[in-house]
Design a protein. Sequence first.
Length: 417
Amino acid sequence: MTAETSFTHIFFTELLGMPVYDLKHRRIGRVKDAAVVPLIHPSRIDRFLVSSGGAWLSVRYDQIASISIAGGIQLSNERLYPYHSDEYMLRMQRDLLDQQIIDVNGRKVVRVNDVTLEVRRDERDSLLIHEIDVGLRSIFRRLVQGVLPSSIIRRLQSPIPPNSIRWDFCNIVEADPLRRLRLNISHERLELLHPADLADIVEELGPAEREAIIGTLDSEVAAEALSEIDPKMQANILENLEPEVAADIVEEMSPDQAADALGHMEDETTEEIFDEMESGEDEEVRELLEYHEDTAGGMMNTEAILLPSDTTLDEALKRLRDHEDLLESTHVLFLTGPDGKVTGAVPLARLFLAEGSTPLGELAAERLIATKPTEKKNRVAELFDKYNLLALPVLEDDGTLAGVITADDIITVLRKK
């Protein structure tokens, strides 16, 4: 629904400067701002801030009889008080106009040019935020407001297509954690977005806003979103969060992604985060940090599914249920001999083509393609291209598994070139 709907509406730019009249229709001042109090109502204009004789007065929504573009604001109660700053208020002029806001439905960051207010006419008139205006039409209104009458502006803007976002689909970005609480701002809708979409939104924000979003998301959601962001930006975000918050997020990241991010931080900051992590959670990440980022060791993930080569298919399927958290990113099972050395690899697709009593060793690829932790990144990419690999095991000198590089890791490398 756009601003051109059948209900009566007022643009915030029209509300600014609107005269306010007392019971005898004497003008007492003009509107300078208007505020929502989200803890009371998510969209109703609760206060009108009126300039009167050099002072600002506060007019409650229930003190208003009528609102119209032609007639201004008519009060039903003249008991007014001086305005005092209230951190529980979201003010339209100060906090919303010209600010960045997240369009959750469109999965993007936009700048607020104007606000469309619905006029509810019951026992008294009240205003509710209906839409945030972000297009050329709202820019035009801003440019000519006060120069031409509102009726003429509305007529002139008609040929310009409206571009607006329903208030329900807007997510305010507030860097101050205390004020977020006071304004009742949550990021529940953001947590429902795909991590890649959420990452795009975070990348469009400024540093303080990025940290405000990531720091207040569920740690698992934050980790998934950060994994889609360049490691240098990941590092900038994490190092500006409280160490305990950063640690919770790092624990939810895969070890290789966590190492990529922490590898771009100062050693002191990295240690602060490690100190806040649960016992044992930092060991794999510390090991990966020892490898140079341009080597196979720096690319690999230490999380993999290893099974003895004599494991039957039925037994393997039961064991896979114990690794449910890894299945989404697993394309290949790796097999080991009695000495713990990697002996083969079985693509998951082959599990559907054999009887349950078949040993996994019989399903393994004819030749095991592997590499060493010190192998250069370019050589690793060549192996994936030459052998059409989904996953490449990285083996220690004794033949045991150090980690695994996946096709997704290679795609990331190629995308950065």
